[in-house]
Ligand binder design. Structure first.
Ligand SMILES: *Cc1c(COP(=O)(O)O)cnc(C)c1O
Length: 218
């Protein structure tokens, strides 16, 4: 399948998942998770109407995106991989949103970089809903405190999670939804290639699609 027809079919599946589901939001953003994908494929996705992309690494974004952004000024770029404090300034220059804030030191570094550069990025707190030791994200029982801390110094718009690969995702999405409601946060970045329909039924506002959109990564 071409990227074009792939995207059309994904949008149809997204719309079908949304219909008739009480928790589903009126519009869900399709974010193209473009790590390890060449600029040529990203260009095809842009031509097919995708306007939001996510990269996992600051360095990869710095290599690929300045060119793409110049050619496509309307396209938005989110950081969806872990961030280190020493890359905060580059991240604020390169991205429009940071989805992976999971500790106060990163929040402090981002707040300082945004202040210095005069740029305000949408911020999401990443929650490790499965409490997996190897995974990024704040632990669920520390999330309330981090959300409150970050909301004082950053434009926090929502929450993000990556559920454990070996568990049904629905309870994780439900937990994220419940936390976001408690804090009055509107955006819920949840759902990937394997589980985006479940995520949409549970109130996702942004699904992050990699393989389902671009095909397998090298
Ligand atoms: C790679 C990645 C995705 C996309 O994963 P697919 O399973 O290829 O859709 C989404 N979110 C994050 C944080 C990722 O690292």
């Amino acid at each position: 399948m071409t990227i074009d027809s792939q995207i059309a079919s994904l949008r149809a599946r997204m719309e079908a998942a949304r219909k008739g589901t009480p928790l589903a939001t009126p519009s869900v953003t399709l974010l193209g998770a473009s790590k390890a994908q060449p600029a040529s494929l990203i260009e095809q996705a842009i031509a097919a109407g995708v306007t939001v992309f996510g990269e996992n690494r600051v360095q990869e974004a710095a290599d690929k995106w300045p060119d793409l952004r110049e050619r496509h000024p309307g396209v938005k770029l989110h950081l969806i991989g872990p961030l280190q404090s020493n890359k905060a300034k580059s991240a604020v220059q390169l991205f429009d949103a940071i989805q992976t804030i999971d500790r106060t030191s990163i929040a402090d570094a981002l707040a300082e970089a945004m202040e210095q550069l005069g740029r305000k990025l949408d911020c999401y707190i990443q929650v490790n809903t499965g409490k997996e030791p190897q995974k990024a994200g704040v632990m669920p029982d520390e999330a309330d405190a981090l959300i409150e801390y970050c909301s004082k110094i950053l434009p926090v718009v929502g929450l993000m999670c990556v559920p454990p690969a070996d568990q049904p995702p629905a309870p994780h999405f439900a937990l994220l939804h419940e936390m976001a409601s408690r804090h009055g946060l509107k955006e819920l970045s949840m759902g990937m290639s394997e589980d985006f329909e479940v995520a949409i039924r549970m109130g996702s506002t942004c699904v992050r699609l990699g393989r389902a959109l671009f095909g397998e990564r090298d």
